[in-house]
Write a protein that binds this ligand. Structure first.
Ligand code: ZN
Length: 332
């Protein structure tokens, strides 16, 4: 079996002053989907679930398209393209934006990074840190060597990589980081609610996606599950489920996309029974692999659009309907 999953984030044509948000233009999306079509049969979330629950076989070379973060641009721009090409997909959404029309911490970071130059942003973080804690923040001493950073953030320059590391690996105490970023974000966006309403899909759009079997879970508030214990991990999914129920979405089975793409194997093993009882059928990482079997449904590999055939840094190419691995970054 060759089961590939390809993930997307921002779709559109806007270019921002600084790195932080890269929108994938619709014509590039179409080109990539057509490229993937040469070797893969597209499957839906339901096909995946039927394969996992009922043992229904997949086509030998299958592909599931996914979108993370529940962004309005995905619904507005990508869904019509998918429908036109008759390609199914899963949209993994968070719960918190529907609770009180907030903007998720991760997206405040993206917005700040794309509107503030990296070094200026880092200085603002140290300034706000000093205000919050009274002490000085030494960015170099709390991040790993340049070599490790380069490995972790292949696409980014070193200052961006350092900033990303500090803001995504729980380097700063969670509540302090949240306060710092919120303060900086507020300077750019005074009305968070209005921003949230435009930035995320609406509740009705989620209901519509669910009615088509295209809705998945990306956690309640996009907190990394990497350092969560079993209780907090399961609580997060229950909170998401509760939010969806309030919106009017009741599901029997669902798949997960792990926030930031990572989860520990032992947490998954420990929680497998409860996950299954909660109707969670599978979970997607961002491991750069093709799934050769479905033995570990909670550790399914998924690659970024950049890494897929037709992307900026493809790990593989398609020749005569066959997949040739062309990069050593691909995990065998
Ligand atoms: Zn995400």
């Amino acid at each position: 079996m060759n089961f590939l999953s390809v993930n997307y984030h921002y779709i559109g044509n806007t270019t921002y002053p600084f790195s932080g948000i890269y929108e994938l233009p619709v014509d590039v999306l179409i080109k990539q989907l057509n490229e993937l079509k040469k070797a893969f049969s597209f499957i839906s979330q339901k096909d995946l679930m039927d394969g996992l629950i009922g043992g229904k076989p997949f086509p030998e070379q299958s592909c599931l398209i996914t979108f993370d973060d529940g962004l309005a641009c995905q619904y507005d721009l990508a869904l019509p393209v998918l429908d036109e090409l008759q390609i199914p997909a899963v949209f993994f959404v968070n719960g918190e934006p529907y609770k009180d029309e907030c903007v998720l911490h991760i997206h405040k970071i993206h917005w700040c990074r794309s509107h503030i130059e990296t070094n200026v942003f880092m200085n603002l973080i140290t300034e706000e840190y000093k205000k919050c804690t009274g002490s000085y923040l030494d960015a170099d001493s709390i991040s790993p060597s340049d070599t490790i950073l380069k490995k972790l953030y292949f696409y980014d320059d070193i200052n961006v990589a350092r900033l990303k590391f500090i803001l995504s690996r729980n380097v700063l105490p969670g509540d302090i980081e949240k306060k710092i970023i919120s303060n900086i974000f507020r300077r750019l966006v005074p009305d968070e609610r209005e921003f949230s309403r435009k930035f995320y899909m609406s509740k009705n759009e989620l209901i519509y996606l669910h009615s088509r079997g295209m809705l998945g879970c990306h956690g309640f508030n996009h907190k990394s599950w990497l350092n969560f214990d079993k209780i907090n991990f399961l609580k997060d999914i229950v909170e998401w489920k509760e939010m969806m129920r309030k919106i009017g979405i009741d599901y029997k089975n669902i798949t997960l996309s792990y926030p930031y793409g990572h989860i520990k194997d032992d947490l998954i093993q420990e929680s497998a029974k409860e996950l299954s009882e909660m109707g969670v059928v599978a979970g997607f990482t961002v491991d750069r692999r093709i799934n050769r079997d479905l033995k570990n449904p909670y550790s399914l590999a998924r690659i970024d659009t950049n890494d897929a055939p037709g992307g900026k840094y493809p790990l593989m190419e398609i020749v005569n309907k066959k997949i040739n691995i062309t990069s050593e970054r691909f995990i065998t």
